[in-house]
Each structure stands twice: as C-alpha cells, then as structure tokens.
Design a protein around this ligand. Structure first.
Ligand SMILES: NC(=O)c1ccc[n+]([C@@H]2O[C@H](COP(=O)([O-])OP(=O)(O)OC[C@H]3O[C@@H](n4cnc5c(N)ncnc54)[C@H](OP(=O)(O)O)[C@@H]3O)[C@@H](O)[C@H]2O)c1
Length: 250
C-alpha cells in the first residue's frame, strides 16, 4: 500500500493475474487504472473493483495505440505492472498465420510472442517513463517458461523480459524506482490456456509443484504487491518465482 493519492497502472488486468493484482491494490487502498484490449471486459472488471478503479483500452503491442492512450492515463504513476501477454502459440499458432512458407510461419509465430510479451512491456514502460514517480516501482510478469524450456518462442520472450528488466533497473535506479520480475508457474483461473488445457495436462503441472496444488492469481498478486510496496525499496533487478516449488529459482 502506498496510500491515498497514489495511482497504479496494471496492464492486462481485465482477467486472470492482472485482475487479481488490481484487486489487491484496491483492497490495500490504492487507486488503479486497468488496461487491456477488450473494452467490455475492462468495463466489467473495473465496475467489480469499485470506485478506485478505472480503465483504458489499448493494444500494448501497438506504438500508436500506446501513444494515444497517454491522454487517458494518469500524469503521475507510482507503480506500473506489465502483466499483459500470454503464449500466442495457444491463441493462433503458426498454421493460422496465413504465411505462405514454413519459415515465414515460424517467423510470424516468434514475432507474435515477442510482440505480446516483450514489446508490450517495453512500449508501455517507455511511454510512461516521464510519469513514473521517484520512489516508485515497475513489476514485469515473466514465466517459469523462461527458465525451464519446453515452450519455444514464449519462453524466449519471457527470458527477454527478464534480461530487459535488468537494464530497466539500472536506468530507473537513480530515481529510486525499482524494476523487478515475478515469474509464475502454472496459475489456474486465467484465460491463459484458452481451450488447450486438459485434465491430464493440469494434473501433470500440479504434480510438478512441491506443494501439490495449482497456483491461483492471488498467489502472484501477493508477490507483486510486496515488490510494489515501499518495504521492497532496496529490492531491484530481481526475479521472484511463484510456482509452488515446480522450478527452483535461486
Ligand atoms: N496462467 C499461467 O499459468 C501463467 C504462468 C506464467 C506466466 N503467465 C503470464 O501472466 C500474465 C497474465 O496472464 P494470465 O495467466 O492472467 O492470462 P489472461 O487471463 O489471458 O490475462 C492476460 C491479460 O492480458 C491482456 N492482454 C494480452 N495481450 C494484450 C495486449 N497486446 N495489449 C493489452 N492487453 C493485452 C488480456 O486482455 P485482452 O485480451 O482484452 O487484451 C488479458 O486480460 C501473462 O503475461 C502470462 O504470460 C501466466
């Protein structure tokens, strides 16, 4: 909690983890602006979150839309959470891209994941950089996929988010703004897996966690809330893993 008058932006907060992060900020007494592409989803979530939440719709991968959205975003930002993203291989995939050759389809698939997960965070952060308040925080959402492999361009994109966060921490440090990563493992109750999750796959993901359960969006929100708080002011350029022990990030 940073107190009355502070404003947080949570990108990708109409659903899932971002929604839980926004709810946790509101619960702690902070005001939030939630963002995403679907206006109806954002409006419904903001209404559920109450009077301290408002929304702005834009595609975080589109430089023109990010620039245009600045008019709707606060002039001072205390905390920015770059949570927008997901595995674009689950939402379309190489064969749906309309590209004529296998290599062109591969390129399109990689660009889609890099856009969705890296460019989204880079563009929003750069656009808001002049508005980040000294003493504030940026939290980027990565994934266990960046560390243990198995998901191709999605894991590579999340690894790039973590590498970029180190540079960001160096750039923001003189203003006492922290930049950290939260890397979730399997988190249920999100739209991440679309219609691709099966009971067998879920059981296998849960079995990888030492605590034998799926993560929930609130597990990630708790870590984000801590990194966003003044109590974490000396923690920067770090990755916190929220995965029930499914991967030992040290
Ligand atoms: N669920 C998991 O198991 C898991 C594990 C590790 C990491 N993660 C990461 O956690 C983050 C949140 O995902 P989630 O699991 O909560 O899934 P989710 O429910 O699909 O949430 C992702 C949110 O991001 C928004 N978004 C996606 N692309 C966007 C774009 N280009 N511009 C603006 N908003 C965009 C989506 O809204 P619109 O579609 O309306 O834009 C959606 O509300 C993602 O970065 C994901 O990679 C998830």
């Amino acid at each position: 909690m940073r107190g009355a008058g502070t404003i947080h932006i949570v990108a990708g907060a109409g659903t899932g983890i971002g929604r839980a992060v926004a709810a946790a900020f509101v619960e702690a007494g902070d005001s939030v602006v939630i963002t995403g592409r679907r206006r109806n989803v954002l409006a419904a979530t903001a209404a559920d979150l109450g009077a301290r939440a408002r929304w702005a719709a834009f595609d975080a991968t589109d430089p023109a839309q990010v620039a245009a959205a600045l008019d709707e975003l606060p002039s001072t930002v205390d905390v920015l959470v770059n949570n927008a993203g997901g595995n674009t291989d689950l939402t379309g995939g190489p064969t749906d891209s309309g590209e004529p050759t296998e290599l062109a389809r591969l390129a399109a698939a990689w660009r889609a994941n890099l856009d969705a997960n890296v460019l989204s965070a880079v563009l929003v952060t750069d656009a808001l950089r002049p508005r980040l308040a000294p003493g504030g925080a940026v939290v980027n959402v990565s994934s266990i996929a960046a560390h243990r492999g198995g998901s191709g361009s999605y894991g590579a994109a999340k690894a790039a988010v973590e590498a970029w966060t180190l540079t960001l921490a160096q750039q923001l440090g003189p203003d006492r703004i922290t930049a950290n990563v939260v890397a979730p493992g399997y988190i249920a109750d999100t739209e991440f897996f679309r219609d691709r999750m099966t009971p067998q796959r879920e059981a296998s993901l849960i079995a990888q966690a030492t605590n034998g359960r799926a993560g929930v969006p609130g597990d990630v929100a708790a870590a984000v809330l801590f990194l966003a708080s003044p109590a974490a002011g000396h923690i920067t350029a770090q990755t916190i893993h929220v995965n029930g022990g499914a991967w030992a990030g040290r």
